[in-house]
Design a protein around this ligand. Structure first.
Ligand SMILES: [Zn+2]
Length: 292
């Protein structure tokens, strides 16, 4: 009995240590919760095997989206843990879905909707508003060389966004050893894109996400940034294949962004781990509300 208690304590301590300093509150991720062992097991299986097409083309598993989901659910616990399943069940209840605690594409669509709603550029598009004009040149500021990624030179960003970006990078360097040790991480490989040049580039490369993107990219606002968050050797910095995005989502840099970019006014685009949009004046957006 005593030995069992001791082992439980050791297990709990290990979980807290592994979860790291980011989780200030002790969270006992391997604690068993009645009725959620089964869902946890099911999630652990589908995490790598579910065949689905959340963004139009087929992918397998949903690990790429786990950091964003954990942030939304207010837990650092793994996707195959009972705690995660319980939080997911609460989320499903709150959004009028069957409260199974089991991940499924319908539940993901709710997450995706919430994330998209935080992007004013996308919401304007949903409301069929005309594409926003690019900012006047005097509102744009120049990146310094160390902020530009070598793969694709980009020079400009709206000044206020550039300042927010600089504050964010300074915080990331202070808080994430991986970023402190690698100046390439969080460099910008696309900032402000002149709409005319963008349309030409897209036509020339044959790489347009439909005509719409060519005509109206969020990068025309000077508030969207593509940040280097690592890459699979041999694949591009903005390669959208599932293995590429999975690799990026596993990195400490992306995970830090998911938890912290909101402090600096940036919101994610779930499909592209590198693409962030600045949405708020000084410290406005602070992430999703904590779970009740
Ligand atoms: Zn982008």
């Amino acid at each position: 009995m005593l030995l069992r208690l001791f082992l439980l304590l050791i297990g709990a301590l290990a979980t807290v240590l592994v979860a790291g300093p980011a989780k200030a509150q002790a969270e006992f991720c391997d604690r068993q919760i009645e009725d959620f062992g089964g869902p946890a097991l099911a999630n652990g299986i589908s995490l790598h095997s579910l065949e689905w097409a959340p963004f139009g083309s087929t992918e397998w598993g949903w690990e790429t989206y786990v950091p964003l989901m954990q942030q939304e659910l207010g837990t650092g616990c793994a996707a195959n843990s009972p705690v995660f399943a319980r939080r997911l069940a609460d989320f499903q209840t709150a959004h009028q879905l069957p409260s199974t605690g089991i991940f499924d594409p319908a539940t993901f669509q709710i997450f995706r909707g919430l994330w998209q709603e935080r992007r004013p550029f996308i919401m304007a598009r949903v409301r069929d508003e005309p594409c926003p004009d690019p900012p006047p040149l005097y509102q744009l500021g120049y990146l310094v060389a160390s902020e530009e990624h070598a793969d694709r030179l980009t020079r400009l960003l709206r000044r206020d966004v550039l300042e927010a970006y600089r504050r964010m990078v300074a915080a990331a360097r202070a808080e994430v050893p991986e970023v402190a040790n690698d100046p390439e991480l969080l460099q910008i490989f696309s900032g402000f894109r002149d709409p005319e040049a963008d349309a030409a580039r897209c036509a020339a490369s044959g790489n347009c996400d439909g005509l719409r993107r060519a005509v109206c990219s969020p990068h025309r606002t000077g508030t969207a940034v593509d940040l280097y968050v690592g890459q699979v050797v041999g694949l591009g910095v903005d390669n959208t294949s599932p293995p590429s995005r999975l690799h990026m989502s596993r990195g400490a840099t992306y995970r830090w962004l998911v938890r912290n970019a909101g402090r600096f006014g940036f919101v994610p685009y779930a499909f592209e781990p590198w693409h962030w949009e600045w949405v708020s004046p000084v410290g406005g957006y602070a992430g999703p509300p904590p779970p009740s």
